[in-house]
Design a protein around this ligand. Structure first.
Ligand SMILES: Nc1ncnc2c1ncn2[C@@H]1O[C@H](COP(=O)(O)OP(=O)(O)O)[C@@H](O)[C@H]1O
Ligand SMILES: [Mg+2]
Length: 253
């Protein structure tokens, strides 16, 4: 579905991606983890050509994203929904109007059809009663869910999430995790989730890729990721207080 082959990228004279390889299968929830500055967002941006690689290739299905232009690029981008880190809702539009934006921009739908589609999508993320509110009138977690509704309103094949749980409390974070899982189960979407939150990645990921110094340091299922022999992975797990043994077992040693 999405394939990176030896993708490299230098930004401001600094190598950020040093030969990234991976293949994401249809229907996966593929998580990309790593420390701040590891190149997670840069990797995600390459998938929709918000950035172009210096070298290597990026395929979405049979389409080469890194050389696509014009209508071909527009068609590729239409396969994606994108939840940016900031959620980026327009402050002067209601939640429902924010979610309706992509429909108004691209499709020949009647107002009634748009309203119906927006209502269904808001219901999916549990915001059916909040459509008339302004972004400033709802909580951070609700804004993320509104951003998620906007990302999925066109029924995309692939949804990209950049730090969907950052800045949220643990309970709200798990709500977002469950929503991402629900999209996969109900709609069969392929998801790519960039996160520094390993708890999320372990809970929702079909596979986890860890970036370190511009390379894929580990690529494994959550279970195998926990058991990784990579020192970087173990250090990352420990930094988030995730250990293989329960704490009381450690205390006994
Ligand atoms: N547009 C840009 N211009 C120059 N440097 C950038 C740009 N975007 C990201 N970088 C640099 O690339 C590195 C990786 O960034 P990023 O992918 O945003 O990290 P993260 O893993 O935290 O998402 C960082 O050192 C960042 O400063
Ligand atoms: Mg980032």
């Amino acid at each position: 579905m999405i394939r990176f082959d030896n993708v490299t990228k230098v930004l401001s004279g600094k190598p950020v991606l040093n030969g990234i390889d991976f293949k994401i299968e249809r229907g996966e929830t593929f998580c990309i983890v790593g420390a701040s500055g590891a190149g997670k967002s840069v990797t995600l941006k390459h998938m929709v050509r918000l950035m172009t690689p210096d070298d290597g290739s990026i395929l979405v299905g049979d389409d080469e994203v890194s050389s696509a232009t014009g209508e071909e690029l527009a068609r590729i981008r239409n396969r994606f929904g994108y939840l940016f880190q900031s959620a980026a809702l327009l402050a002067w539009l209601s939640v429902a109007e924010n979610v309706a934006l992509p429909l108004r921009e691209k499709h020949n739908m009647t107002d009634e059809e748009i309203l119906d589609c927006v209502h269904k999508t808001l219901a999916m993320v549990g915001l059916e009663a909040d459509g008339e509110k302004l972004p400033s009138e709802i909580s951070g977690g609700m804004r993320k869910r509104a951003g998620l509704a906007r990302a999925i309103v066109e029924n995309p094949e692939i949804v990209l999430y950049d730090e969907p749980t950052s800045g949220l409390d643990p309970v709200t974070s798990r709500t977002i995790d469950r929503l991402i899982g629900k999209l996969r189960e109900d709609l069969g979407v392929t998801s790519v989730v960039v996160t520094h939150d390993l708890h999320s990645a372990l809970a929702i990921g079909t596979r986890i890729a860890m970036l370190h110094q511009g390379r894929v340091a580990e690529l494994a299922t959550p279970e195998a990721f926990m058991e990784s022999s990579s020192e970087e992975v173990q250090r990352f797990l420990a930094s988030q207080y995730i250990t293989k043994e329960a704490p009381w077992e450690r205390d006994l040693q």
